[in-house]
Design a protein around this ligand. Structure first.
Ligand SMILES: Nc1ncnc2c1ncn2[C@@H]1O[C@H](COP(=O)(O)OP(=O)(O)OP(=O)(O)O)[C@@H](O)[C@H]1O
Length: 211
């Protein structure tokens, strides 16, 4: 379950011919949590989407365990090792939380109904397993997406604004879960505008300053 070293090497990102960042380099060792910070529009989501393989980099490379995540075996290994939860919860309104999690997880590895119910309980959704997700609140939608953190034991988590719409006790529980994941040797890269009260050792990458 332990992650391997991630190396971001002189990475640049452009959107609509506008440079968001360039020459971005940093390392993330196993067991570490990295918070990507910066003002609105500075490129936090874009960086996470590059890492998730959803957006091409303009220049530079990213290596996981020494292999580029942009091609060949390295890309496949990275895909198998990462869990990306984007800014939008990706929860389908017509499906129940259980159905949503079943298909979201099946993209990597199928999980049992029992495991899904247990994960939903962990995120405070006991009793909502089989209601249509369109009947859930914004915070409950987010909780369905975040239940994957309790279901898929992948070493690297990439989380874009995971605490949006989550109440205070929910945020505290999720921070503890992130901490436990890091303590077990996992790595976490996240963006958030919240202050992380339970993650004292978090590394911060400020996109205003580069790294
Ligand atoms: N699909 C897109 N096409 C073109 N430009 C985009 C697209 N998505 C975002 N951008 C632009 O890229 C820039 C960075 O956006 P990004 O979402 O990465 O910033 P962010 O730091 O995550 O912002 P926020 O804190 O508001 O979430 C913004 O100026 C935005 O307008």
């Amino acid at each position: 379950m332990s992650a391997r070293t991630l190396e971001v090497d002189t990475l640049s990102c452009e959107r609509d011919l506008r440079e968001l960042f360039s020459g971005l380099s940093f390392r993330l060792e196993p067991g570490k949590v990295l918070q990507v910070a910066g003002p609105n529009g500075s490129g936090k989501t874009s960086l996470l989407r590059i890492l998730a393989g959803l957006l091409p980099a303009a220049e530079g490379d990213v290596r996981y365990d020494g292999a580029s995540i942009f091609s060949g075996q390295g890309r496949e290994q990275w895909r198998q090792n990462t869990l990306y939860i984007g800014h939008q919860p990706a929860v389908k309104a017509m499906l129940t939380p259980e159905e949503n999690l079943a298909w979201l997880c099946a993209l990597k590895q199928p999980v049992s109904r029992k495991a899904i119910w247990s994960a939903l309980e962990q995120v405070g959704l006991r009793g909502f397993e089989d209601v249509p997700s369109r009947n859930l609140s914004a915070g409950q939608h987010r909780r369905v997406a975040l239940a994957r953190l309790y279901l898929q034991p992948l070493p690297v988590w990439i989380l874009d604004e995971p605490f949006t719409a989550i109440d205070k006790s929910g945020v505290a529980g999720l921070e503890q879960h992130v901490l436990a994941h890091a303590d077990a040797g996992g790595s976490v890269i996240l963006t958030t505008h919240h202050s992380l009260e339970h993650l004292p050792q978090v590394q911060v990458l400020d996109l205003r300053e580069g790294c």
